[in-house]
Structures are given as C-alpha cells and as structure tokens.
Design a protein around this ligand. Structure first.
Ligand code: APR
Length: 261
C-alpha cells in the first residue's frame, strides 16, 4: 500500500501564512436537521446495541441487522436538509478557502456537502457509500446515495458489502480519494500545524470517542466549544452553551469575521 501519508496533500496543512480555522463536529451539529445523535436521551445507542450494529468483530454474524440499521439511517438522510450551522460552516470554507478552513467531522451524513462545502474530512466514513466486494475481487467503494442496500439481491449475485462507516475495533477508513488510510492520521496532521493565529471550533460532540480536547490542549491556537452541555474534558477559551443553530450566526459575526478578515 502506498504510504497513506502521501494522501495528506491538503492545502490547509501546507498553508502557514494566514489565520486558519478548523471546525471539528459531531452528531450534535446535525441534531437540528432531525438526525439522532448517539448518546443524548433517546439517542441511537439507546435504541440499538453498538455491538450489534457498529462493531467489526460482530459484523459477519449480524450482517443483515447491520444493513437494516444503516439502510434506515441512509434513507432518512435523503429526507432531511442541512441546517444553518452546516450552511454557515460551509460558507466559511467557500469565503475563506479550503486552505484556511478545514472541516473535520465524525458524522457520516453529507449535510456539509449539501450545504456547499468543498472539502470535508469524514473521519468515521460516509453513510452514502458502500464498500463492495464482487466474489473474490478486491473490495472497492461505491456511492449508493440514499438508497437502501438490497441484501437478498446482492447475495444472489455473490456480492458482499459493508457500509463505508468506521465500526468500533476498525483502524482504517476510506478517505475522499477512496484510499485506505489510518482513521485519524489526517486529522492529526491538521491539528499538528496549528499556531497561535489559528482557531479550533468544536461543535456538537460528547468527546466520548474522539477526545478532541486532548489533541488541541497543547496547541497554541484559540479553542471554541459549541454544545448545550459543557465539555467533560477541558476549559475551552470560549464556550457557547446551547445549540449550534442558536449560536452560529453570533459566532460568525463576533468571532470568525474578527479573526479571519
Ligand atoms: N447543537 C450542538 N450540540 C448538540 C446539539 C445541538 N443542537 N444537540 C446535541 N448536542 C451535543 C450533545 O450535548 C452531545 O455532546 O452533541 C453531542 C452528541 O454526542 P454523541 O451523540 O456522543 O455524538 P458524537 O460525539 O458525534 O459521537 C462520536 O461516537 O458512536 C460513535 O461513530 C459514532 O461518530 C460517532 C462518535
């Protein structure tokens, strides 16, 4: 396999010249679009056992159940829309450029892209993609949009598939160039370059799976937290306690413009 780091040819990582902004988001940013988070009351992990639907070690025995779970989420994704938080973050990247605004998300929805974002790093994969293996051929990634995977039909044609979503106990993901890369390497490359002029904005994550505070606390950048709950791990420089949609326009007006323009 080619050195996966070769694929970190990211203009943001190379750009050292101007104040930059990293937006790291979790399920909370999509909550107001109607997509369930994982660990809030009545969240996905309250309704489903993680080990039944998101654990690579039990995938084979739960093959049909897993596809039914992701089919439901994929079809629902086709019925919801980006909210003002996705739109504002996408606007930042379009306005300031992908070499100055890096969008990194643990979400598998495509709402940033549908809001117009040009470059999004999905560290946990994309719900609209399937990793497919025809018979003994090598696996590859296919875009299946918001369609339900037809388990029986694909079995008839000796096709094996897995949602392009990173399951627990997996170490690699498929990146936007559809290369298999270590899950968090690119995110670490981005965070490693941060200087005192840069800002990291963390929106809508419980920090349970990606303890983002521990990756940025030693960096000299400014840190911003957006969540109805306080961070469990760290003291961010600025915290907006409340929903992303409620605060995002103020953040644009009084924090992003002031720093980026
Ligand atoms: N605006 C901002 N934040 C919100 C909103 C909102 N409207 N609603 C909820 N939140 C916050 C919650 O307070 C919580 O801190 O979003 C966070 C959601 O946390 P989780 O459900 O744990 O989602 P996330 O942090 O993205 O989970 C990370 O865990 O199971 C894995 O792969 C899955 O990528 C996921 C990872």
């Amino acid at each position: 396999m080619t050195n996966p780091r070769d694929f970190h040819d990211d203009p943001f990582v190379r750009n050292r010249s101007t104040p930059r902004l990293v937006v790291f988001s979790g399920a909370g940013i999509s909550a107001e679009s109607g997509i369930s988070t994982f660990r809030d009351a009545n969240g996905l992990w309250e309704q489903h056992n993680i080990d039944d639907v998101c654990n690579i070690q039990t995938f084979d025995e739960n093959y049909d159940l897993v596809h039914k779970f992701y089919n439901q989420r994929r079809v629902q994704l086709g019925t919801v829309k980006p909210n003002i938080a996705h739109e504002t973050v996408a606007m930042w990247q379009k306005k300031y450029g992908a070499d100055r605004v890096s969008i990194i998300t643990a979400n598998v929805d495509d709402l940033f892209e549908r809001a117009g974002a040009e470059k999004v790093t999905h560290i946990h994969g994309k719900l609209t993609e399937m990793i497919v293996r025809y018979g003994e051929d090598a696996e590859h990634v296919e875009d299946i949009g918001y369609n339900a995977f037809d388990i029986e039909q694909w079995k008839l044609h000796n096709v094996r598939a897995k949602p392009n979503v990173v399951f627990f106990n997996e170490c690699f993901r498929y990146d936007a160039e559809r290369n298999k890369v270590p899950i968090y390497d690119h995110m670490m490359d981005v965070l490693r370059t941060l200087t005192h002029e840069d800002t990291v904005m963390v929106i809508g994550t419980s920090e349970t799976v990606v303890p983002i505070w521990y990756y940025i606390e030693a960096r000299p950048c400014r840190t911003v937290w957006v969540n109805p709950e306080n961070s469990k791990h760290g003291q961010y420089d600025t915290s907006f306690i409340g929903s992303a949609c409620r605060h995002i326009l103020n953040i644009d007006e009084y924090l992003v413009k002031e720093r980026m323009e």
